[in-house]
Design a protein around this ligand. Structure first.
Ligand SMILES: C[S@@+](CC[C@H](N)C(=O)[O-])C[C@H]1O[C@@H](n2cnc3c(N)ncnc32)[C@H](O)[C@@H]1O
Length: 254
């Protein structure tokens, strides 16, 4: 029997007010961050030499496959999937991020982009995709039963899902002083150039909604920094080689 969803700590009570929803706040933040993110995702050691290699190592051969890039941001994964021979549909809540994503692939690439909210039902037909990739986007969505249920619906049987997110240990350690209760889903805020609201959750709440919504777990990967990371950020290499920052998961639609 699946466990009950843990209560959400510090729920700001915005769910009834669509103008103040967390998804909308995240969208507004990413609209502002879009220009810097487009550069960072290629140059920042944490993206380029830690998360990206970790997540892509789990993605199977995509030649000829139709893949949903859920929370595609500025299109780093879309471009990589297109290079691998996939036809890609990128979805993101932020129009500013999508504007960069459109520039990240050649004009004649088999890629299309849609503005959409992963916290809502997806606009696609059942069985529309062979695979779903979702990198670093799910922490902005509170209800993972809803989003995994939708991923399962739009995936064909045996289709793959690969996602990455912040590691629950990293989000509950000394670097996250606002986190209070490991076992709850907590709404916290990251201070980048703007405040970005997100949800941290216990490790079990990464996997329970997956297994409860028609997926079989294939692999869990906690990436460690690459040599390129060491060259770019030698002062962070020791710490990130001994403390997890991201977790990457692959599952199959049953
Ligand atoms: C950290 S970026 C990751 C982008 C891209 N996947 C990558 O790895 O480069 C997070 C992205 O999630 C998007 N996002 C946040 N909340 C979302 C939601 N509810 N629905 C769709 N996209 C969302 C943001 O707009 C942003 O582009």
């Amino acid at each position: 029997m699946p466990a009950e969803d843990p209560p959400v700590h510090d729920d700001p009570g915005t769910a009834d007010d669509p103008d103040r929803s967390e998804e909308r706040l995240a969208r507004d933040a990413y609209d502002e961050l879009a220009d810097s993110y487009a550069v960072n995702v290629r140059e920042n050691a944490y993206n380029a030499h830690l998360e990206f290699p970790g997540t892509t190592s789990l993605v199977p051969d995509v030649e000829g496959e139709r893949v949903l890039d859920a929370g595609c941001g500025t299109g780093a994964y879309t471009a990589w999937l297109v290079e691998g021979g996939a036809e890609v549909v990128g979805v993101d809540v932020s129009e500013e991020m999508l504007a960069h994503a459109r520039d990240a692939v050649p004009d004649d690439a088999p890629a299309e982009f849609h503005q959409g909210d992963l916290a809502e039902p997806l606009e696609f037909d059942d069985d529309a995709f062979d695979g779903v990739v979702s990198a670093l986007a799910l922490s902005y969505v509170r209800d993972w039963d809803g989003v995994f249920g939708e991923f399962r619906r739009v995936l064909r049987d045996d289709g793959f899902l690969v996602f990455s997110t912040g590691h629950p240990l990293d989000q509950f350690g000394p670097d996250a002083p606002d986190a209070e209760n490991y076992f709850e889903i907590e709404r916290l805020t990251k201070e980048w150039d703007v405040e970005v609201p997100y949800y941290r959750r216990p490790f079990g709440e990464l996997l329970r909604p997956l297994l409860a919504n028609g997926f079989r777990l294939d692999d869990v990967h906690e990436p460690q920094p690459t040599e390129a990371f060491r060259e770019q950020r030698p002062e962070r290499y020791e710490k990130e080689s001994t403390h997890p920052v991201f977790v990457c998961v692959r599952a199959t639609a049953e």
